[in-house]
Design a protein. Sequence first.
Length: 330
Amino acid sequence: MPKAPSGTALHRCRRHPGSAEPARARTTATFAAHAARRLFRLDCCRAPTGGVRRFVRGALGSGLAVGARTAGALLLNKLLAVYGGPGGLTLLAHFQNLMALFTTLPNEGTHVGIVKYLAPLRAGSGRYRAWLGAGLLLNGLALVLGTVALVVGRQALVGIFRPSVSWVVLFALGIGLLTANTFWVAVLLAAGRLRAYVWLTVILSGIGVAGVGAALYAGLPVENVLLAYLLAQGATLLPTLGLCARYGLLQPWRGQLSRRAVRDLGQFLLMAVSVLLFSKAVDFVMRDVLIRYFDLYQTGLWQAVAKLSDNYTMVFSAVMGSVYYPASRP
């Protein structure tokens, strides 16, 4: 008996006599569609899981840094409140606010742009050096501007600390060291070295508290204790440079200054001006007014409540900052 015609043959006879190509094309298209749907389902199932896994891993990795910063802040506040006299906490807050006035432009401006633009680049490339040089140049200009402001407005800025000339010089030196440290920490973050960032944060928190404890134990006045706090934090620049050298991030700047890099990083610097004027400067002036109308102890009561709020904000910003930086590397 003759065999029944196959599906392909039937299709060929009824619609396209003498040719099986349309049937084959439709079969191939159907197979491709099924394969695409399967791949889409797999991607939909896997991508969120991988993203959540990276998020959790980054959050756990930053947990140590957040814990160190929180513990360091609490210990520092306790030391100055108990052993720094009735105005110790107020002077600490005023000093930290003063530090922020000189470091906000680099930290909230240049360093944010450095992380953005260095992240996709290979260390040592021409563009990498150009962005690195632009960041160093803008940080240098910010430090020069801050030094001029410190000299011109010395009484308004640091008069409450009764500073000597050597105190002002050491303060400017500490600000320079701290700014350089945060710059190279930003370079590490741009390279995805989250683990190095975590350990440097732990060191920064620990060495600041240790410096304050040693200065209080030595019986130094509160003004010099606060200066020791700044210089101790600035000393963290040494391990930071060591880690940058280890990962090959210390690239020489060969004078290849890019106007585009300076312009683009300058936009971040302009955004940081708003933070400086409407946040840090407002806090500084408000506290200065309270100190003038009330004594240091009464201002410290208000400052203790403000510190509690700052601790909650610090925890949130530390977690979000370390998790949403470029992907970490081992």
